[in-house]
Design a protein around this ligand. Structure first.
Ligand code: GDP
Length: 417
């Protein structure tokens, strides 16, 4: 039997009966909430539940320890392709028990520029996952939970490898799209004449409880021999579940610094359109108050391509220094957004500091030939976007300083050739 109490509740909105339009809108759909999410969404308050799992799973670490002890489960590890490697839980090989099958889901693929090369991204993901302690990957799926892309193929693969007795665990950092993925599993399945939905929100950390969903509400999605019982059935021994696990909080993800309005500014709603600049030595490229890269030393202009929802600006390094010095005293009308709001808010926002000093980018003949169209490396600000550096001439060395709030959330990725 599952050691912790799982938290599944089907709730009707409290005002549903009073509001005819809402009643119609949600007639066919009931929502599955953990108690915390329900209170957060409809009563705007956080409750602390006294259920036993919460006492046990008070920290991310205890949850991951629990996972390590699990055997014969299907693990769905989900990452946000727009925030990679920032959204990857480090050292997962040590944290996932050896007898579990791990499928890697790279979500939010709809945000990448059109015409991306699927194979190339998979090779690249594999390489980076291995560097960050995840080699044990059964298969990689590039998905969009929001748009239902590749979800059927993913479900088919799960059905193929899933044994009759296996539970499924969905793990990932906060905000990678775990709830949205479950919704895409649920979307096309109707149980007892109703559709279900779990909460999904741009507020990081909305899935804090472990939400256990009996597999049979997904129909045949995960294989025909599902030994699941009906919702609210007390015979828990026989139930098999898909567990939506508490999001693992990665302190390096920059969205932890942002409030709701600011988050909306950085989360892209559709595929990103890259913007390429000619970048000269002595210049600085700014992403609001969240990121900055200075081209400190070099002999020639290079090419820098920005992938971000935020407006980017190029100015001289001296001017950039001045702007950030004054940021906390700006009125509403400044251009280094986010942060946004009152002077108090700007004052409280963590100072942008150098997180990487003297990043050297060089090129040789082979690299130059191979990277004429693509770039040599990416500098990533977790969740905010990235810029690709290219066009460095043979024999040149370009030197950069990279900045971020509190020096957090910056990664350098080599582009595999
Ligand atoms: P969780 O914390 O891992 O459960 O993440 P959520 O499911 O709540 O999703 C976090 C945010 O990412 C929400 O704003 C979702 O709308 C968004 N999101 C989730 N999946 C996708 C996707 O496939 N594409 C895009 N563009 N956004 C997504």
């Amino acid at each position: 039997m599952y050691p912790f109490e799982y938290s599944t509740s089907i709730q009707k909105k409290s005002n549903e009966n009073d509001n005819p339009s809402l009643k119609n809108q949600e007639k066919e759909e009931e929502r599955i909430f953990c108690q915390r999410c329900y209170n957060l969404k409809y009563h705007n308050k956080l409750i602390s539940s006294s259920s036993s799992w919460q006492e046990t799973l008070t920290t991310d670490k205890s949850f991951l320890n629990f996972l390590q002890k699990k055997q014969n489960s299907i693990i769905l590890t989900i990452i946000d392709i727009f925030d990679f490697p920032g959204s990857l839980i480090k050292n997962l090989d040590n944290l996932i028990g050896k007898n579990n099958s791990n499928i890697l889901i790279a979500n939010k693929i709809d945000l990448l520029p059109k015409n991306f090369d699927e194979n190339w991204i998979k090779i690249w993901l594999k390489k980076y996952c291995s560097m960050y302690g995840l080699k044990n990957i059964h298969k990689i799926f590039l998905c969009s939970a929001k748009k239902n892309w590749m979800i059927k193929d993913l479900c088919n693969e799960i059905s193929k490898i899933r044994n009759y007795n296996d539970d499924i665990y969905l793990i990932g950092n906060t905000n990678v799209g775990k709830s949205e993925l479950i919704n895409s599993f649920l979307r096309s399945f109707v149980y007892n004449g109703k559709k279900y939905k779990v909460t999904s929100s741009h507020i990081p950390g909305t899935t804090i409880n472990m939400l256990g969903l009996p597999l049979n509400i997904f129909g045949d999605t995960f294989g025909k021999n599902v030994k699941g019982m009906l919702l609210n059935n007390n015979n828990q021994e026989d139930q098999k579940f898909l567990f939506d696990t508490p999001g693992i909080v990665n302190e390096n993800q920059l969205f932890h610094f942002l409030d709701q309005e600011e988050l909306k500014m950085i989360l892209p709603q559709k595929n990103i359109r890259p913007l390429t600049y000619i970048f000269k030595p002595g210049k600085s490229l700014l992403f609001g108050g969240l990121g900055r890269i200075d081209y400190k030393e070099g002999t020639n202009p290079i090419r820098i391509t920005v992938f971000s929802e935020l407006d980017s600006h190029i100015t001289s390094i001296e001017k950039a220094n001045e702007f950030y010095e004054q940021l906390s005293s700006y009125e509403e009308n400044h251009f280094l957004k986010p942060p946004i709001g009152s002077i108090e808010r700007l004052k409280k926002f963590p100072k942008i500091v150098k997180s990487i000093k003297d990043l050297k980018v060089t090129s040789n003949e082979k690299l130059y030939m191979n990277t004429k169209k693509v770039s040599i490396l990416d500098v990533v600000w977790s969740g905010v976007g990235w810029c690709s550096i290219g066009g460095v001439r043979i024999g040149d060395t370009a030197i950069f300083d990279v900045w971020s709030p509190d020096g957090r959330g910056v990664y350098v990725r080599n582009v595999p050739l």
